[in-house]
Design a protein around this ligand. Structure first.
Ligand code: SF4
Length: 648
């Protein structure tokens, strides 16, 4: 581990800052905000230390998504570090695929290319798949780095409240373990072995939840009177908070386990995931530095840097943009012009649920007054008339990320475009760069994708392609098609549940194998309102995919129950009567208003009371009744989009 970092208490000279962006990739969760907390915390620490040009977060299960991460990075050079404990499904498959480091996700035969070997990512074929003009260094996961061993020992010292803990104490390194991925256990064993070699502790052993040697046999594995147990997990959750303490036999019950506990006359000390320890930031930095010292894995920078090409502005005028100019810089400039125009016309601008206004009046940068440029204020649009003194004031644009994580009731918001942004705050004194950062904190990648749409270069991935990319438990989502897919889009993507405007379509082909839509890739147009928002949604998000899985499984079940015949043609015995339907619809309408379903979160797609599922069933009942969905919204939006040159 780099001993120069303050968290580790070292005093060696600080290393030179790296002129590259660091993107820390985590798993994230639709349900557990603690899953992404270490990524945010370590990113904030590393940002503070200033060793990288930028530090960004990206997630598989929440926003900012892996899919959009690279286009929000300003630097030309990017180091991607997976915050995972070992190599495996995510680090070798999902992350390179979603970042398009592996050439875009699917091989020619349509099979998922996440085969655990992405060593060809630096080839020219692979570079073709990258959706930004950057060089990318893709690091190994932090969990396998040798300095991780130091982080485990540092964690043990904290747990033992003794910097010299050692000879009298056994150190248990606890991993999840799974027979399906031997690399998972190997990382845990490697760290335990390195600690053994140091001859500091009475013993050091790797224990596992899902394979031998098991955590519950901890007392058999150690002779020492005192045992410190360190879980090799990135984030705290069910495993570290409930399961492992129980397996260790700690006294008491969740959440009040006694710690330390006396178990059969011996002392066991335990603390949460090692990934939450402040010293972990040093491991991330070390991993990034090592990766950056080697050759880039993908180089997709344009040839002829510095050449100039015409670009088209929001109002249709032609401007010149350097090929070398960062797309982020160009997007920021276009966004600022857009905001200025709205402010000049209406006194304020809007973006999702945000209200953007001027709070420092001295002429705009656009007008050439760059000595004293305007500063801006952001607040919730509903708070427009609220006295500023009664709003909580923030000046750091990165506070947007923490404000955006929870709603007014403190419920976690995995979907940042849900119309549930918390009220009662304002961000002030933002210059144009801060404004961009803050808005991107509330709505990740929204400006980048809006800008691409304005230029006519937005890359849209339609449902069929996204569905074909899914593996594991999400494999069934490619069965969702036709009316069922329409209902899913209506249930999940309408304006009252998501403020983004869906621009992806079904991608379905007709029986002849030919696309039946307007373009080769979008296929059949989805029969559901796309929404009216400014922010385009270019690909089904992970929450949509999670809900789509439930819908697909339900449709599969129904087909089985009815022998494959449509529900409409079933006998009276299995068909809802008119009265039944009216009653059910009324109940569902009540649930749709969230009465009685407040405790079911959007990410709990497997719960039958889930909001998306209720909405889906309502749409299905309407379809069974032969009623038409309301398509007025679609017509209006399409008209608006085409007349404004991109849906703004
Ligand atoms: S897929 Fe639907 S729910 Fe998800 S971000 Fe896009 S529009 Fe919103």
């Amino acid at each position: 581990m780099n001993a120069s970092r303050s968290q580790t208490g070292g005093s060696a000279e600080r290393p030179e800052p790296i002129d590259a962006a660091l993107v820390i990739c985590g798993h994230g969760s639709h349900l557990n905000p603690d899953s992404s907390a270490p990524v945010y915390d370590h990113a904030a620490r590393l940002r503070e230390e200033g060793d990288f040009a930028e530090v960004r977060e990206a997630f598989w299960k929440e926003e900012p998504s892996l899919r959009n991460a690279l286009r929000t990075v300003e630097s030309e050079d990017v180091i991607v570090v997976p915050l995972f404990t070992s190599e495996g499904y995510f680090t070798e498959g999902v992350i390179p695929r979603e970042l398009r480091l592996d050439g875009g996700g699917n091989s020619d035969d349509g099979e998922d290319s996440a085969d655990g070997d992405w060593s060809g990512a630096g080839s020219s074929d692979a570079a073709d798949g990258l959706d930004v003009r950057k060089r990318v260094w893709y690091a190994d996961p932090v969990g396998t780095h040798s300095s991780m061993t130091d982080a485990i020992v540092a964690r043990a010292e904290r747990i033992a409240e003794n910097p010299d803990v050692g000879p009298e104490t056994g150190l248990a390194v606890i991993g999840h373990g799974t027979e399906r991925n031997p690399k998972s256990a190997k990382a845990t064993r490697d760290h335990a072995a390195r600690i053994r070699e140091r001859d500091r502790f009475a013993a050091s052993e790797a224990l596992f939840m899902d394979q031998e040697p098991f955590v519950e046999n901890v007392l058999e594995r150690f002779d020492a009177q005192r045992i410190v147990a360190v879980p090799l997990f990135i984030a705290d959750g069910f495993h570290t908070r409930e399961e492992i303490p129980e397996l260790l036999g700690l006294a008491g019950e969740f959440p009040d386990y006694e710690n330390p506990s006396t178990v059969e006359g011996r002392e066991i000390r335990y603390a949460g995931a090692v990934g939450t320890d402040p010293s972990f930031a040093s491991v991330i930095a070390e991993r990034a530095r090592e990766a950056f010292a080697g050759p880039a894995d993908v180089d997709d920078r344009p040839s002829g840097l510095g050449s100039r090409s015409p670009d088209r502005d929001e109002d249709g005028s032609e401007t010149e943009t350097s090929e070398a100019e960062s797309e982020v810089q160009a997007a920021r400039g276009a966004f600022l012009k857009h905001v200025e125009r709205e402010i000049d016309a209406n006194g304020a601008a809007s973006w999702g649920e945000l209200l953007l206004s001027v709070d420092g009046e001295a002429g705009s940068e656009e007008e050439g007054n760059t000595d004293e440029p305007r500063t801006y204020e952001l607040r919730h649009a509903d708070d427009e008339d609220v006295d500023a003194a009664s709003l909580e004031e923030h000046t750091d644009p990165s506070d947007a990320k923490s404000i955006a994580r929870f709603d007014d009731e403190g419920e976690y918001r995995p979907l940042k475009s849900a119309p549930t942004l918390a009220h009662g705050w304002r961000l002030v004194g933002l210059d144009s760069r801060d404004l961009y950062r803050a808005v991107s904190g509330f709505y990740p990648a929204s400006i980048a994708n809006w800008y691409r749409e304005q230029r006519g270069t937005l890359d849209v991935t339609h449902y069929a392609e996204t569905a074909a990319r899914q593996t594991g438990m999400y494999d069934p989502v490619d069965e969702l098609e036709g009316k069922a897919l329409d209902r899913a889009a209506e249930a999940c993507c309408a304006d009252d549940v998501c403020l983004k405007r869906r621009v992806w379509e079904s991608g379905e082909t007709d029986d002849s194998g030919e696309d039946s839509g307007d373009t080769d890739s979008e296929g059949r147009a989805i029969d559901a309102p796309p929404g009216d928002g400014k922010i385009p949604c270019r690909e089904p998000c992970s929450l949509f995919i999670a809900a789509a899985r439930e819908f697909a499984l339900a449709e599969r079940e129904e087909a089985k129950d009815s022998g494959g015949r449509p529900r409409d043609s079933e006998t009276e015995h299995t068909t809802l009567t008119e009265t039944d339907r009216e009653t059910l619809d009324a109940i569902l309408a009540g649930l749709d208003d969230r009465e009685g379903v407040e405790s079911v979160r959007p990410g709990e797609a497997s719960d039958p009371r889930n909001h998306y599922r209720v909405r889906y069933l309502r749409a299905k009942l309407r379809d069974l009744d032969g009623e038409e969905p309301n398509t007025d919204d679609r017509a209006t939006t399409t008209e608006t989009a085409s007349s404004s040159g991109g849906g703004d």
